[in-house]
Design a protein around this ligand. Sequence first.
Ligand code: PLP
Length: 362
Amino acid sequence: MIRRVNNFSAGPSTLPLDVLEEAQAEFVDYHGAGMALIEMSHRGKHFDAVHHEAMAMSRKVFQVPDDFQVLFLQGGATLQFSMVPMNLLQQRTRAGYVDSGSWAQGAISDARHYGEIYTAWDGQGCDYTRMPATEELQLQPDTCYLHITSNETIGGTRYVDWPAVDVPLICDMSSDYMSRSIPWDRFDLVYGGLQKNLGPAGMALLFVRDSILEHCNRNIGRYLRYDIHAEKDSMFNTPPVFPIYMLGKILKWMDARGGLETIEAEAEAKAAILYSVIDSSDGYFHCPVDMDSRSVMNVVFRLTSEELEKRFLDESESAELLNLKGHRSVGGCRASIYNAMPREGAQALADFMIDFRERHPV
Ligand SMILES: Cc1ncc(COP(=O)(O)O)c(C=O)c1O
């Protein structure tokens, strides 16, 4: 009997058991080749099929229009914090960034090395407890793009309504990728690391509008150029073969479950289970995020004291509800309920929270 716990880790995070088992079954001898996929040439027929299927599934499941290129790049989402401005921040213009919390700040601090950027909205004033409305964004003249973070993994906030702006919109979707549909007409480039909803860490999946590629900076090293990766079908160098293989399998798993609409409904149902326990607890559990910006992937909450939080975390671990500790920069608790977390997992946590409150009244 395999041991599987309820893993609420923020990333790398729980992946579908069916997919893990399928990968295990074909790991050593891939489709009768007498070798593993990670031992073969990436130019051979086996990997070629894997690569093109993962590309096709990315387009299908994300419902991507034809004028976007799909890119598989190494370096996780973090490398994109630099690649975006390296490619797109021209010397003579500036880029706007929404400072919605820790991950947005990561993108901002890297972008500063490559040109002029400004803060189009600063979440510090509200202690990063919500996302801005379009009307609150302050765009400056000659803005070459606006960068946003769709879901702040640490703060537990997300855009419920996407900004509608008339400059190219670029979005880090790492922590809610493939949990809801993307209105492609609003975006010019979206990126995200695989390691939450889509596979192992170390790779980023990008969708880049063709018109953006025409204006990319060509005076940077070749690996850093989006236009080269697009031209070479993400096979410019040896690609991250194992993450691409897992991505393809996970997308097929999602497709078989009904695709984006089903996944989105399921994600909202799981989040509702947890938020309803928090909201009906008379302040025993408290979510610091504004109702209108609550994340569906990362549910953050506090208890009435740090001692009680510690006890909650200790006891939840004994109950095999793992990785509920909030990020070290903010403390508290966080339940990451990505797509592969079954509804029963969210329910088990909700039941535990109710039981804990009864056992430890304040
Ligand atoms: C929103 C967001 N952006 C970027 C990153 C960085 O991703 P990576 O570690 O894959 O570079 C993370 C990682 O958790 C994230 O949550």
